[in-house]
Design a protein around this ligand. Sequence first.
Ligand SMILES: [Zn+2]
Length: 879
Amino acid sequence: MQDTQPKSIYLKDYQPPHFVIEETHLRFDLFEEYSQVDSRLVMRRNHQQHAGYTGPLVLVGQQLELLSIKVDGELLTADEYQVEDDSLTINTVADDFILEISTRIEPQNNTALEGLYKSGGMFCTQCEAEGFRRITYYLDRPDVMSIFTTEVIADASKYPILLSNGNAVQRETFASGRHSVTWHDPHKKPCYLFALVAGSLLVKEDTFKTMSGRTVDLQIFVEPQNIDKTDYAMDALKRSMKWDEEKYGREYDLDIFMIVAVDDFNMGAMENKGLNIFNSSCVLANPQTATDSAYQRIEAIVAHEYFHNWSGNRVTCRDWFQLSLKEGFTVYRDAQFTADMNSATVKRIEDAALMRTVQFAEDAGPMAHPVQPDSFIEISNFYTVTIYEKGCEVVGMINKLLGDEGFRKGSDLYFDRHDGQAVTINEFVSAMEDANNLSLTQFKRWYKSAGTPIVDVVSQYDDVAKTYTLNFKQSCAEPFLIPIELGLLGESGQDLELVMDENTSSKGDSFNGGIFQLTEKEQTLVFTGIEKEPVPSLLRDFSAPIKLNYDYSRDQLLFLLQYDSDGFNCWDAGQKLALDVIYEVMSQQQANLPLMVDPRLLTAYGSLLQRDDLDHAMLAKMLILPSISYIAETQEEIDIHAINQARTHVQTILADALAADLEILYKRLNITQGYLPEPGQMAQRGLKNAALSYLLKATSGDYKALAVNQFENNDNMTDSMAALASLVNSNHSLEARSALDSFYQQWKAEPLVVNQWLAVQAGSAEYGHVENIQKLLSHEAFDIKNPNKVRSVIGTFAGQSLVNFHAEDGSGYQLLADNIISLNTLNPQIASRLVAPLSKWRRYVDQQGQQMKQQLQRIMAQPALSKDVYEVVSKSLSL
Ligand SMILES: [Zn+2]
């Protein structure tokens, strides 16, 4: 245990800053052995918010070597300031003053990848959330916004490209072989949006004409070998800029917009003002090296970071408890963009599946927190699915409640009212309320409470009165406002017209346009004129992030699967049916009974293949059984092996039953056409490859030749990787081994492809066993200092190769803990994110739960535990 336990900080302790930084002038002198940072800050006391405050100036800083401090040109002596581990205190300052500080840092030794560091031969930065304090002493908090001017100086031959935020205003070359570029950003910003890049980079250039007719230069900087992988990101950027103008009326505000790709990066990408820095895996693609899902990820992340220019940069967060203000809203905006560019239903299914699998699990575990948390130890631990995805769902519910037009009025008011400010979630909701002249007081509970609300629904049909009654009960002591979109299906599958009985329903006015607003602990809806008992379609479009229980019969689910006009519920009916059948097989396993799969499931999935009203992307989704993680999430006590055994049994029976039809489908879709990363082709490849992966699970017939043939003859990574994965995930070990070897030989010079090669093994039930993971960790292609490689091997193993991670002897847990311990000193952020799979130990069957707990205790006993790891491990172990 450490001597002093890291402390929590609380939202209730928030105070406005005591000082304002009007201007920030930075000068970076970059060298191989060290870098010197000179800052010149034009400062004044914040009399507006702290009248009469005469106390000292306290700046934060970490791992800095302080060279000198000057106030108004006078060098300070040692008795005029104090340096502590994380802070610098200057005892006496005037009302207005100029502060000059010189520090020395070692970017080349910075493995935490926060602040200024080196990735390959390039200098780059990551300052969100609290990285800037590793660059210089500063008021490193988002509500201190300043005008930045930055001069970057480096060796001209090694670092010909020198970038920072804003516009380049001056360039100089020195006789020493060094050169400098000065950048000026006219927009006030907090230091978490500061960025700097220096390297030998090539640039892909284009332009965009904004809605007011200005021309913006667009530049994507990459290492020379990647210049052929920038077309798609550029295309996605231009589409994002246009979409934000049309959908939200938001225009870009600088003359230049730059993206830089770096290999070593803790996050996906970062929205620094005018200079986005991207993990190379989220920006680089060409058909030979990137799969369709990589293309889709790039489109979404380029859009997300671009949209932050308004939702995050122009209007930013007051403090880090408001992180979801920018993230929840921006994830919602990028989800809308993706839905507009591709299939809206499929996007909704993917987002709902992520919520139900990962976010619900987080909300039920030791790290559960509200969308607006009230305390944290290390803010890096709060870049979570709750802040991002649940935050997005909450914004989406506001849109459902206000309608599209009302929501746009609200967002316009929010941007206009708060442009240039650092604000709170409350101010976002107020703008929505004020623009629509209504109150969202009860709704705000979604921001303040952790946990997933449960709604139980029962129905009753009155054959004589021809009424149909739905009774809703919500689990929460203080009821939430829950928008529940619903419909009733008549006997031929049509949507019935919904007429409410105003007298017997508890709130006649709360049902509008298919959306019922559940506001009380218990409420009843009575529909009249219902000639025959209907089938209810509840929580259409996943209209709220809740668990809704209704006791459907299998026949009702089959009916919804066939007829529901709501695409999300149509998919979900198939999932519920499969889940129910898998549960039944699990209980047969437990009772040592012969395993029987309800033939209705086979008929239902078989009939999907005959339907022509489903597009390819939707059908591909509908064929996939609920994931092991999702099934686990629905269990009181999790036994991964029992789940896996039952799911595998059902999958094999399905594969055998459908093999002939799947083969026809596969062959029909397997046509050669020039690869394009466009939705129609992607959907076709997705469905074809879903069919292939099923075929390789069949026990009858021999389909491995299809996979081998596809692996050897294709013109794109999507088909190549899908064929490889289908071999690696079936029991054709000879073919799989040889494909893995030849794949590596072909692609070993392309790190992003090698990461996929690592991940396809690490996530496989066949190849992701502990001994093989150890081999991958010592493979020449692995590097524990590179977060993408850590995610590819260790993250994928613990997150996807569940039967191996939960190996009976506990070796999977031990492997994960060993790596968390190694990463704790190298890169605490990445180490901490790997703890999640162990943190849910209480949910697992006894022996496994105890083994997981022991590994957490072993981590806890390490000396010098980082704040990041300490917070997650200690919360996992305490009650
Ligand atoms: Zn973001």
